[in-house]
Ligand binder design. Structure first.
Ligand SMILES: Cc1ncc(COP(=O)(O)O)c(C=O)c1O
Length: 406
């Protein structure tokens, strides 16, 4: 006689959840700070962070208080009406980004759709003719999302396969190869470039400051929008509010999502003047975007980042953490080639497929995320303690020491 299943979610997933995520291996039921627990009560150090989403950890008391209070007050009204938190969050982001305007949405892919629509409007303004200036240059190994615009901007066979024809107008050039971008950016037909300051899904590949500065110069000369995708690397993760700040460039538009809501679905695009008037009444919109609950979640994240001085902490604590992680190269030079990234966005670059190692790390009590077929990605919450950072290194050491080379 069989009793009730210890994990009904596993059965429901097997029977009724679409298979596009494969078969997720564990059922998570609870989170607190930098830890999550599965249905069997096993605890994990969560350095996958919901793929760079849980910026202030799980169940942060201030985030929880703000979100639950707002949930009891006003959850949704649509953009037919103003709501207070949306206005406050737009203002808070403009203080970080510079004067300009913000459109809210619900995910990273939607943020990039907004940027791509902005690029079309800029191309129209630039050329005076719809369809004449629609070129967007993107980087090899980029990842910009799974919508049709996002996929079109993501030059990866595994993402695009089966969905073609995609949007036209995209050109690809290797990240950090300024000469190639100089050639690809055409003064007449290119309307924008779209670049991740640090590629996440592509394997934690940073754009160099010199490259971003060179791109900025070309964009200014040719009246091309510099659009930066900070969806994964933004909101404090790298030890600056935006990762492009390391290069000192001034984007024309920025895509945000992931860490902005601290776990609540929230995306945003910020646009600098004079481009912030390209969207006029009726040209873009969403039912849910910038709703009072989501905007409050975003405000709570910014308040925590501010009050706990998390950006300075990430910048400071990551120095020692990276140094400890780099010792893994000496420990297993046959497996670990490099440690790269910035702040709390780190790729441990391997000479083997990262997926089995991610599984072994999970078994050993730490969640991480593979990236680009080469990296184990570590994405701690911005408020991870020195002890939690040290624990991540200890788990990596333990698993790597025992790893049998194939
Ligand atoms: C840089 C970047 N852009 C866009 C996206 C898409 O975001 P979402 O999955 O929220 O649609 C991601 C997601 O991983 C990302 O890392």
């Amino acid at each position: 006689m069989s009793g009730p299943s210890p994990d009904p979610a596993a059965e429901h997933y097997a029977a009724n959840v679409a298979r596009n995520y494969g078969a997720p291996p564990i059922t998570l039921v609870k989170g607190q700070g930098a830890y999550v627990w599965d249905v069997a009560g096993k605890r994990y150090l969560d350095f996958a962070g919901g793929i760079a989403v849980n910026s202030v950890g799980h169940a942060h008391p201030h985030w929880l208080k703000r979100v639950t209070e707002q949930a009891g007050k006003l959850v949704h009204v649509s953009n037919l009406y103003r709501n207070e938190p949306q206005g406050q969050l737009a203002h808070a982001l403009a203080l970080r980004c510079g004067p300009g305007r913000v459109i809210f949405c619900n995910s990273g892919a939607e943020s990039n759709e907004g940027l791509l629509k902005l690029a079309r409007l800029h191309g129209l303004r630039k050329s005076g003719l719809e369809g004449a200036c629609i070129g967007v240059v993107v980087a090899e190994k980029a990842f910009h999302g799974r919508t049709f615009g996002g996929m079109s901007a993501t030059p990866q066979e595994k993402i695009q396969k089966g969905f073609r024809p995609l949007l036209s107008g995209f050109t690809t050039a290797p990240l950090n190869d300024l000469a190639a971008w100089d050639k690809a950016i055409d003064a007449k037909t290119t309307t924008a470039v779209l670049i991740e300051s640090i590629q996440g899904e592509g394997g934690v590949n940073p754009a160099t400051p010199a490259f971003l500065q060179g791109i900025e110069k070309i964009c200014r000369e040719r009246n091309v929008l510099l659009m930066i995708d900070e969806i994964q690397c933004g909101i404090g993760r790298t030890g600056k509010f935006f990762a492009f700040e390391y290069a000192g460039v001034k984007p024309d538009a920025i895509a945000m999502a992931k860490g902005l809501g601290g776990g609540f679905p929230l995306g945003a695009i910020w646009m600098a003047p004079p481009h912030d008037d390209l969207f006029q009444a009726g040209s873009h919109g969403t039912t849910f975007g910038g709703g009072p609950l989501a905007a409050t979640a975003g405000l709570a994240v910014l308040e925590i980042i501010e009050s706990e001085k998390l950006i300075a902490k990430v910048a400071q604590q990551s120095i020692g953490w990276h140094a400890e992680l780099r010792k893994l190269i000496e420990l297993r030079p046959d497996l670990v080639k490099e440690v790269r990234g910035a702040g709390y966005m780190v790729g441990v670059i391997l000479s083997i497929d990262p997926v089995p190692l991610v599984t072994a790390l999970r078994d050993a009590g730490m969640l991480t995320a593979p990236a680009g077929g080469v990296a184990v990605r570590l994405l701690p919450p911005l408020n991870a303690s020195p002890e939690e950072l040290a624990e991540s290194v200890a788990i990596l050491r333990q698993v790597l020491v025992g790893w049998k080379a194939a």
